[in-house]
Design a protein around this ligand. Structure first.
Ligand code: GAL
Length: 454
């Protein structure tokens, strides 16, 4: 019991330390990142459409505006590895590959800015990037200034080819300070805890002071087993991860691979729902030129994005694991909660899961009552529930049902109210609607009557 109470307090507490003081990432960052989908394809002769080139980023920027991505919040068009020339300039400054980025990064930044978007870039704390291009080690100040001069808005700082754990940690800190010194607002995306964990338990209080988000776990792949392993790992470490997240600094479970090849529809729903619960940065790694309307609709779902971007900024956690079902929840602003029910069974058909609302929102999600909306896989008003209702959901194999619970604020009601019942046919305490979960919005009016608003 003590352990459970402690876990609850830990998970509900605010972040233990102040965030990096650059005023950025007050909600999880949203954008596009090529790595998972386009990797290090540098063959622009054979594959001009898909190679890492300025053309690719310009096309994505255009589409982000014309196809409604920007309107729903996707803002950062990011460059990942393999954009660099094989050597620095003679003066030590970085240079983009002249064949694939003939106009240069400054020009690309102007282009992206002219579309009302922001440009992200990639470098590495060590001597080489993960793909073997010149790293930033020994050049932190010069590189930070170069990025600022080019008009870059975000730096993803990888952790390959570092000398030792001390230089890795010091390098991440140093680059944060160097970016800050340039005077330009540059969002700082780290992989510090991913690379330092083999040597020491990450100190998230410290990491939060230097980074706007940080990768904790290995690279995502376009597969269900990859998404599943990220979720399992995150749940296993949630006692340290969840309190670390908050406005200005977020855990980054890596890119969204929705709209690619490896995830079924239900698995795409699961990724979107759980990335919202985890308050994860939403970086799509897909081809915006070729994406199905269904995947596009999912990635642009405003209700899910609103959960991800909730201003309270608290990360959700796995509440329970019950055979093949997992229930995750996340506190939201205005006494609301997001709840995700994931069916891990990889055989059979849709499965029913029934659980009491009293388990949700730390026991308070539906006190005295709440209105529940199913957000995914399709939007549906489920109606009114009390704190002792039985909630039933039907979840496809490897799929997720995402719900939003909106509680009634107790202080809106008179203090002598001790309970609430559904009022059907004007009879108080008629629980027939609760029993069959068929409450309608008419019942809300009845409840408000019973509760005697102040
Ligand atoms: C990895 C990193 C990936 C990608 C890749 C580029 O270490 O986690 O997200 O950036 O390097 O080489």
């Amino acid at each position: 019991m003590f352990a459970f109470v402690t876990l609850v307090l830990v998970l509900l507490g605010g972040p233990g330390a102040s965030a990096l003081d650059n005023g950025l990432a007050l909600t999880p960052t949203m954008g596009w990142l090529p790595w998972e989908r386009f990797t290090c394809n540098v063959d622009c002769l054979e594959d001009p459409e898909n190679c890492i080139s300025e053309q690719l980023f310009m096309q994505m920027a255009e589409l982000m505006v014309s196809e409604g991505w920007k309107d729903v919040g996707y803002e950062y068009v990011c460059i990942d590895d393999c954009w660099l020339a094989s050597k620095r300039n003679k003066d030590g400054t970085l240079k983009a590959d002249p064949k694939r980025f003939p106009s240069g990064i400054g020009h690309l930044a102007n282009f992206v800015h002219s579309r009302g978007l922001k440009l992200g870039i990639y470098q590495d704390v060590g001597t080489l990037t993960c793909a073997g291009y010149p790293g930033s080690f020994g050049y932190y100040d010069i590189d930070a200034q170069t990025f600022a001069d080019w008009g870059v808005d975000l730096l993803k700082f990888d952790g390959c080819y570092y000398k030792d754990i001390e230089s890795l940690v010091e390098g991440y800190k140093y680059m944060s300070i160097a970016l800050n010194r340039t005077g330009r607002s540059i969002l700082y995306s780290c992989e510090w805890p991913l690379y330092s964990r083999p040597f020491q338990e990450p100190n998230y209080t410290e990491i939060r002071q230097y980074c706007n988000h940080w990768r904790n776990y290995g690279d995502i792949l376009d597969s269900w087993s990859s998404v599943k392993s990220i979720l399992a790992w995150t749940a296993s470490k949630q006692e340290s991860l969840v309190p670390a997240a908050g406005p200005g600094g977020w855990n980054d479970p890596d890119m969204l691979v929705i709209g690619n090849f490896g995830l079924s529809w239900d698995q795409q729903v699961t990724q979107m729902a759980l990335w919202a619960i985890m308050a994860a940065p939403l970086f799509m790694s897909n081809d915006l030129r070729h994406i199905s309307p269904r995947s596009k609709g999912l990635l642009q779902n405003k209700d899910v994005i609103a959960i991800n971007q909730d201003p309270l900024g608290k990360q959700g956690y796995r509440l329970r694991k019950d055979k093949n079902f997992e229930v995750w929840e996340r506190p939201l602003s205005n006494l609301a909660w997001a709840v995700a029910v994931l069916n891990q069974k990889e055989i059979g058909g849709p499965q029913k899961y029934a659980f009491s609302t009293s388990a949700l929102g730390q026991g308070l999600g539906c006190v005295p009552a709440c209105f529940i909306t199913q957000i995914l896989p399709v939007k549906e008003e489920l109606g009114l529930y009390t704190w002792i209702s039985l909630l039933k959901v039907l979840v496809n194999p490897t799929g997720t049902v995402l719900l939003k619970l909106q509680a009634y604020q107790p202080d809106e009601y008179s203090s002598h109210t001790t309970g609430v019942g559904f009022v059907s046919n004007n009879d108080t305490n008629d629980y027939s609607d609760y029993d069959d979960n068929n409450a309608t919005s008419d019942d809300i009016i009845s409840i408000i009557t019973v509760l005697e608003p102040l």
